[in-house]
Ligand binder design. Sequence first.
Ligand SMILES: *[C@@H]1O[C@H](CO)[C@@H](O)[C@H](O)[C@H]1NC(C)=O
Ligand SMILES: *[C@@H]1O[C@H](CO)[C@@H](O)[C@H](O)[C@H]1NC(C)=O
Ligand SMILES: *[C@@H]1O[C@H](CO)[C@@H](O)[C@H](O)[C@H]1NC(C)=O
Ligand SMILES: *[C@@H]1O[C@H](CO)[C@@H](O)[C@H](O)[C@H]1NC(C)=O
Ligand SMILES: *[C@@H]1O[C@H](CO)[C@@H](O)[C@H](O)[C@H]1NC(C)=O
Ligand SMILES: *[C@@H]1O[C@H](CO)[C@@H](O)[C@H](O)[C@H]1NC(C)=O
Ligand SMILES: [Cu+2]
Length: 593
Amino acid sequence: MAKYLLLLFLALPVYSAVVREYVLNLTSSYQAPNGFYREIFLINDQYPGPLIEADEGDTISATVINNLQVPMAIHFHGIHQRGTPWMDGAPGISQRPIFPGESFVYNFTTAGQYGSYWYHAHFRSYYQDGIRGPVYIRPAPDRPRPYDVVTEGNATATEILKALESNPTPLYVMDSTKLLTDAIYQRGIKYGIDPACILGFLINGKGRVTCPSSETIAAAGAGRVAAYQRTTGVVSKFDSLGCLDISPTNGFRGIDNAALEAPGFSTPCQATTTDREIFYVNGSDWMMFNVINMGGEFEVNMSIDGHDIWVLQVDGIFIQPSKVKQMYAAIGSRYLIAVPTQKNSGVFAIRFAGTELAQVTEQIAWLSYDEPTSVQPEDYAITADVYQDIGGNLLNPELPVFIDRTSAPYDERVKPPQGPAQHTIHFTLNRTGEVEFSVMDGGALMLPDMELMTPQLWAQDIHGTTTVGAGIKLGDVVDLIIDNRYFLPHPMHLHGHTFWVISESSSSSFGYPTVEAAIADGASSLNLVNPPYRDVYTAPPRGHLVFRYVADNAGAWMFHCHVNIHLMFGMGAVILEDRETIIPNIPESIIDF
Ligand SMILES: *[C@@H]1O[C@H](CO)[C@@H](O)[C@H](O)[C@H]1NC(C)=O
Ligand SMILES: *[C@@H]1O[C@H](CO)[C@@H](O)[C@H](O)[C@H]1NC(C)=O
Ligand SMILES: *[C@@H]1O[C@H](CO)[C@@H](O)[C@H](O)[C@H]1NC(C)=O
Ligand SMILES: *[C@@H]1O[C@H](CO)[C@@H](O)[C@H](O)[C@H]1NC(C)=O
Ligand SMILES: *[C@@H]1O[C@H](CO)[C@@H](O)[C@H](O)[C@H]1NC(C)=O
Ligand SMILES: *[C@@H]1O[C@H](CO)[C@@H](O)[C@H](O)[C@H]1NC(C)=O
Ligand SMILES: [Cu+2]
């Protein structure tokens, strides 16, 4: 017996799980990160919030103190909350809101998950006002890592990457708007959709507003003008902030862009000189960045002038690595990347450009081989080292780009269940009214009403036509067929799960009632062999996606578009998952909160 115990101890990893305690103190302040003052919500006086870090298997205990004037709830994006669905931070679905002056403890395990995540407000669109920050879970020693592929077996380089993995360099992109999200929402209600324009991106909370020439904007935005004309017949043009005038089709009820204070239409673009983020290589042969799109409006394309990007991990899953010059990051997605930094001198731009129709906008951070100084580098002309323009367009079509569709997990044991699913839920994404986005025919989640109701996780009555999944039992396989009928993309996020993207097309709907029917027909869009494994994935305009997951997590899980304005106006659903088995486990303190 003793011998077996000893063996057991030897087989255990050398670390043991601990509780990582954090206090997140939410306050508000006036700041001008890109030169324009506005109210910004802070976490422990920071923007973005502090890093929550853990080793795989640790428990996180985060006490949120709401010193804001608005209700709150914090969602840990990508964390499964297996066994603790009431810690998922979705008001009206998994908990009651944390009202001003109250606090709430989020306790949950990281067991079974590693990599990059983030936390953000899930009440209204308040994360865009500042309540967002990173979560990083260092992988357990026995997780297969793809570093040898990247270094071609160079053991020294592999060791460098392994060491960098414990503390990757933050590269968090977020968008900054002129107005508070409550004001944007009110304008939406009153006038129709607000122009989906931003003042600019911030990287790690830093950046400046630049005013590119109208020729530069027009060149980078030519594809957008053409796409808008194809869809609506309207030839539109850009304002001085790169914002495309889509008011002819955007339901302004006679209100023009100037009256709405669309950023560049009412006031000409004003350039600022606030600091941009700068990273010093300090002689290291490699850098590893934790790229998180914490934005509320736009997807981004990223590239680093003169450098390769090795994509190692997406949404907390190591992938078959690929070496690219450009990558796309959906709102909510996380990419762990390795960058070979083997030059001798120079300063290079790390570029983030919005990819959506609504705006041509770019922000830069710097990668410097110089000695650290307090002087900001000067902008320089586009050279052969630059791979994308300010609209996110690849400048040379020959260059390799990251293809989401072919990014299978590195661990080949991570595979989708084969064959038919027990449940198929069909979603049709559309804009069904001036200020209404729906997820299924006639169905929209009216979040602002629901946020204050008894949470769906234990409510007596199911409120809303978009609460589905009542028959799902633990162990079932679930397929979500998502047909996007609108001309804009939607980054779709599922709470409580990582899913396989087993079918994808940017040009057609799925066209089958079930995956089983598609398999029988030999549908070419299907991939049940090595599909991407994600927690957010973009539904292309007028295209489709099929997500597959195993119901292994009893709860009530949100499924929604991560574009704030779309979510606020209906683009969400709640998928119940064997709710009855978890209700008896819900702590009194949660029910009574
Ligand atoms: C929260 O932050 C505010 C502003 O910095 C500070 O006055 C207050 O004492 C903090 N509260 C806690 C509990 O740390
Ligand atoms: C949260 O975790 C901490 C640390 O383990 C524990 O002291 C506390 O009682 C837990 N609270 C809840 C509400 O579970
Ligand atoms: C292996 O990697 C190390 C660290 O980057 C580098 O110094 C060395 O030159 C590499 N060896 C070869 C053979 O490329
Ligand atoms: C380079 O050195 C500076 C100054 O010591 C430090 O702040 C920075 O974090 C270092 N960069 C990296 C990538 O470690
Ligand atoms: C963004 O990058 C992706 C992948 O590199 C590319 O397919 C797409 O066309 C780019 N989008 C824009 C707007 O340039
Ligand atoms: C999308 O919604 C609009 C407005 O309700 C409707 O006219 C259109 O037919 C819908 N499109 C599809 C493909 O269902
Ligand atoms: Cu959307």
